[in-house]
Design a protein. Structure first.
Length: 148
């Protein structure tokens, strides 16, 4: 879900209510930071850690993928432009641009951090224990016994 027309506060409220799983905030001067030599652009992520563990892990994978892809593009474009200005042919500049360092970093904030995996698993274990108990009770009270 794209929240580009919302304010950061409204997006954080939706994150708090679990309508969204992660908020990505791109600073207004992000492209200016990438164009300045020696500076890094930072993408700001906020994740609600009180979500199920699978959702939290997926969101962490998504933020790593987004950051890596934006970094790859920023580095490639920056190096390609610099080498083109220096007079290097375009194919050689593109090849050299692929192996250069990091220009984009991730700033990850978490709300409602969960300190233990066990805390997230207790609700499932209670339901599972109730289900297994009901199944065993049903087997013990079952009137169908075959005697040979």
């Amino acid at each position: 879900m794209c929240l580009d027309t919302m304010t950061v506060e409204a997006a954080m409220d939706r994150l708090e209510q679990r309508d969204v799983q992660m908020v990505l905030q791109i600073p207004a001067d992000f492209s200016k930071q990438l164009q300045s030599p020696g500076q890094k652009g930072t993408l700001h992520y906020t994740i609600n850690e009180s979500n199920p563990a699978m959702v939290k892990n997926v969101m962490q994978g998504v933020l790593a993928t987004i950051t890596a892809q934006v970094n790859r593009e920023a580095v490639a474009n920056g190096v390609e432009v610099a080498l083109k200005q220096a007079g290097m042919p375009t194919p050689q500049g593109q090849a050299m641009a692929k192996g250069i360092s990091e220009r984009v970093t991730a700033d990850v904030k978490s709300i409602h951090p969960v300190s233990s995996f066990a805390i997230q698993m207790i609700p499932m274990m209670l339901i599972l224990a109730s289900y297994v108990g009901a199944m065993i009770m049903g087997l013990n009270f079952c009137p169908i016994f075959i005697r040979l």
